[in-house]
Design a protein around this ligand. Structure first.
Ligand SMILES: NC(=O)c1ccc[n+]([C@@H]2O[C@H](COP(=O)([O-])OP(=O)(O)OC[C@H]3O[C@@H](n4cnc5c(N)ncnc54)[C@H](OP(=O)(O)O)[C@@H]3O)[C@@H](O)[C@H]2O)c1
Length: 332
């Protein structure tokens, strides 16, 4: 039996999700890929944390141990921040290893360069999980772009902000109490700054911009406003008029320029993002032929995000030349 050897960088919420998804879907993956998927190594930062992993798997804090595994086919990257993720993925690509990442902070800044590098090295890079978690927005856009021109995207790209706005309206909570509720439910980090300030949505919007327009606007010119200044009274006033506050990331091409913003917007009932509630993400795309499409679903979480990474994995390994390469390895 052919074996695809995989390593995980990071074993937190997402890394553990990928581990679980591979373990629980082994026979299905074998059926569709004609290969067994073996996780051979996991990179972590803290050796003292207890991890429930198979004893055959190498758990290490040293990336060089992973990159030097002779016949490693793919790396799933789910660590936090620009570095060391960027450096590790460059090294993996240079070694001919396919990479799949969930790291939006890193990919919003270095995605273009990593894609160029992977094309030169003839390896694949998957980044579905970087934007809107389990919602298959990257693949949908890639598919649409085969025949459509995309004119505009509007998205609710941060589930924490959407949850807070929803609870402020439904339960008549002030911002602080709604944030506390989000933290109690595990939807917001102990430090929720990136979510509520719009920075998290910004990273995702830049990844979408690169994909849709082949470039990003000047980061300093993007208007970024979070949800911290919205009051319960403003939300209640809007509701009386039949309107809702939504935190919307928007990108459009105006002439030769790309215009991007992330801000709270009051929307009417006929707006595609009006009904999006709780921690869900949604993305409304306006395209030349198909018209308007809206995708909605879980924008974060262990298994939805792992699902996006496994979808990338399957897509990459279903491609014929890659399968041939694995067989070559096996016969060496
Ligand atoms: N959580 C989500 O729902 C979600 C959704 C979409 C995308 N993402 C992205 O996915 C990535 C992972 O998120 P997460 O929620 O899984 O984070 P997390 O729970 O904090 O886990 C991060 C993991 O990375 C490891 N790590 C961190 N820095 C490292 C370093 N320098 N070297 C080696 N290992 C390191 C940590 O090791 P220790 O275990 O030893 O601390 C931990 O296992 C982030 O980039 C995030 O933006 C997350």
């Amino acid at each position: 039996m052919t074996v695809i050897k995989a390593a995980l960088l990071g074993f937190g919420t997402v890394g553990e999700g990928v581990y679980t998804a591979i373990q629980t879907h082994q026979s299905h993956l074998k059926k569709i890929l004609g290969a067994e998927v073996e996780i051979v190594a996991i990179l972590i930062r803290d050796k003292n944390k207890e991890r429930l992993v198979d004893s055959k798997i190498r758990v290490t804090t040293d990336f060089q141990e992973i990159i030097n595994i002779p016949d490693l086919h793919v790396i799933f990257e789910a660590i936090v921040g620009e570095e060391p993720g960027h450096t590790y993925l460059q090294q993996a690509i240079d070694k001919g290893i396919h990479v799949i990442t969930a790291n939006k902070v890193m990919f919003s800044k270095h995605g273009e360069q990593l894609i160029e590098r992977s094309q030169k090295e003839n390896v694949k890079i998957g980044f579905e999980a970087t934007t809107a978690g389990g919602v298959p927005i990257i693949r949908t856009i890639q598919q649409l772009l085969q025949v459509n021109q995309i004119k505009k995207i509007q998205g609710i790209l941060n589930g924490t902000s959407n949850f807070i706005l929803t609870e402020m309206r439904n339960r008549k909570l002030c911002f602080e109490d709604a944030l506390e509720l989000a933290q109690e439910k595990g939807y917001a980090e102990a430090d929720p700054t990136n979510d509520i300030s719009g920075k998290d949505a910004f990273c995702k919007l830049m990844i979408l911009s690169q994909l849709v327009f082949g470039e990003q606007p000047n980061w300093n010119e993007v208007e970024i406003e979070g949800i911290t200044s919205i009051t319960q009274e403003q939300i209640a006033e809007a509701e009386k008029r039949g309107q809702r506050f939504k935190h919307i990331a928007e990108i459009t091409r105006v002439g030769n320029a790309i215009k991007a913003s992330i801000q709270p917007i009051i929307v009417d009932t006929d707006h595609s993002l009006y009904p999006i509630e709780g921690v869900d993400n949604a993305i409304a795309i306006e395209a030349s032929l198909v018209g308007k499409i809206t995708l909605q679903g879980p924008g974060a979480g262990k298994l939805p995000t792992a699902s996006a990474m496994i979808e990338d994995f399957v897509y990459i390994f279903q491609q014929a030349p890659i399968q041939e390469k694995i067989l070559e390895y096996q016969s060496l």
